[in-house]
Write a protein that binds this ligand. Structure first.
Ligand SMILES: C[S@@+](CC[C@H](N)C(=O)[O-])C[C@H]1O[C@@H](n2cnc3c(N)ncnc32)[C@H](O)[C@@H]1O
Length: 170
């Protein structure tokens, strides 16, 4: 899947070091892709994987996932230091400093207001040279509209179809 390869190779090759933030971790697939990429680096100690998934709250749609399942998946595939937050993205953002992230993957609540909120909260957390990527991009859908409203004329890069991932390097 191109989006999995993108997350893996971006974490592996990122010029910026720091947090790898996975918003909407579900059972940990996207987090494992990022974490596995960073785990192969010689400077892996400079990276922390941050997983955000509000399991057991009304916000979460991951009804088939348990905390233990998420931890087991991460433990199996990821060697970099990892923080798992069973909280919403908005609750987690204030816990990290600005310009501390190398990669932010936005794949949580896909409602327009919530995608826009994630962009507002987490763009500030990204370092210069870091990458912010959004999953489920559709030019006429909620993610596309939130990206356009947040970034204005700034160019988005799209991964080739059939994948739907848009990203921006800061
Ligand atoms: C499309 S799934 C993510 C899939 C995951 N990235 C993967 O690779 O398997 C969206 C996830 O976002 C979670 N979510 C919903 N609201 C959220 C919020 N406010 N903050 C963080 N995650 C949220 C849902 O519970 C759901 O598990």
């Amino acid at each position: 899947m191109p989006e999995r390869e993108f997350l893996y190779s971006t974490a592996l090759e990122s010029p910026a070091q720091g947090l790898l933030v996975d918003i909407g971790s579900h059972a940990g697939l996207s987090a494992c892709c990022m974490g596995m990429g960073a785990s192969r680096r010689s400077d892996l100690l400079e990276f922390t994987l941050v997983c955000i998934e509000p399991l057991g709250t009304p916000e979460s749609t991951a009804h088939d996932v348990t905390h233990e399942m998420l931890l087991d998946n991460l433990q199996e595939y990821v060697k970099v230091h990892t923080h798992v937050h069973i909280e919403t993205s908005a609750e987690v953002a204030p816990q990290y400093p600005e310009e501390s992230a190398a990669l932010v993957f936005v794949d949580g609540d896909h409602n327009y207001d919530m995608v826009l909120q994630d962009l507002q909260l987490w763009w500030a957390k990204l370092k210069i040279g870091g990458t912010l990527a959004c999953h489920d991009y559709d030019p006429t859908g909620t993610v596309g509209k939130a990206l356009r409203d947040f970034f204005g004329d700034r160019e988005l890069t799209l991964l080739p179809s059939p994948c739907a991932l848009a990203y921006v390097v800061k």
